[in-house]
Design a protein around this ligand. Structure first.
Ligand SMILES: [Zn+2]
Length: 214
């Protein structure tokens, strides 16, 4: 940008003394500006001004800003310039300055209020947990069985063959013999096997191997 043009923009934008200011360093941006270069950021009434000390001037009109995000110390601006999508990232160490700059950019660009995302708070993980909660809620609603340990729906129903065959042996021994001393016990067991064990077996998760009873 030409010096004269820049000066004009500066004046049109209300002058830098009235503007919201932040000291930043470039984290990511145009090839001409090196990463780590100190840039004075000014939020003017007509756009965002990046004053590279002894160098290039960066000017982004509010209309060209598609999105502004702030995570930790980084302020990311996604903007379109002559139909080309661009991105620039400023690092602003002073949280007060970052807050003011971020708020005013979102305001000027009509993006709505949003808090600065704290890296330590790990917001993405939090929302993942919320997502999982909702997924499980839906499973319960739709009666979809899932592993209680890893929440996978790839589960396998195992018939308790061993117990069933044992049951049959007892049945074989008791049938036709009412005076069998084990009759009562076997009958109770048989009853138990036919009414419960035949239907209710074990379920194995194919994802984590966890087994549980239905
Ligand atoms: Zn599992």
């Amino acid at each position: 940008m030409e010096k004269g043009e820049f000066k004009e923009l500066k004046q049109d934008g209300g002058g830098i003394f009235k503007a919201i200011h932040a000291s930043s360093t470039l984290e990511y941006g145009p090839n001409e500006v090196k990463t780590g270069t100190p840039i004075n950021l000014y939020i003017m009434t007509n756009g965002i001004l990046g004053d590279v000390i002894l160098g290039k001037k960066i000017y982004i009109r509010f209309e060209s800003v598609n999105e502004a995000t702030a995570v930790g110390e980084n302020l990311t601006l996604d903007f379109s310039e002559n139909g080309i999508d661009n991105q620039i990232v400023f690092r602003i160490k002073n949280s007060n300055e970052l807050n003011k700059v971020y708020n005013s950019i979102r305001q000027y660009c009509n993006l709505g209020y949003r808090e600065i995302e704290n890296i330590e708070n790990n917001i993405p993980q939090k929302s993942k947990r919320q997502e999982e909660k909702e997924r499980l809620k839906q499973f319960k609603k739709d009666h979809v069985p899932y592993c209680p340990k890893c929440h996978s729906t790839s589960i396998h129903y195992i018939e308790k063959r061993k117990r069933l065959s044992m049951g049959r042996t007892i049945v074989g021994g008791t049938v036709g013999s009412l005076v069998n001393p084990l009759g009562t016990a076997a009958g109770a067991m048989m009853g138990g096997l036919t009414s419960n064990k035949m239907k209710k077996g074990e379920v194995k998760c194919l994802n984590c191997g966890h087994t549980w009873k239905l």
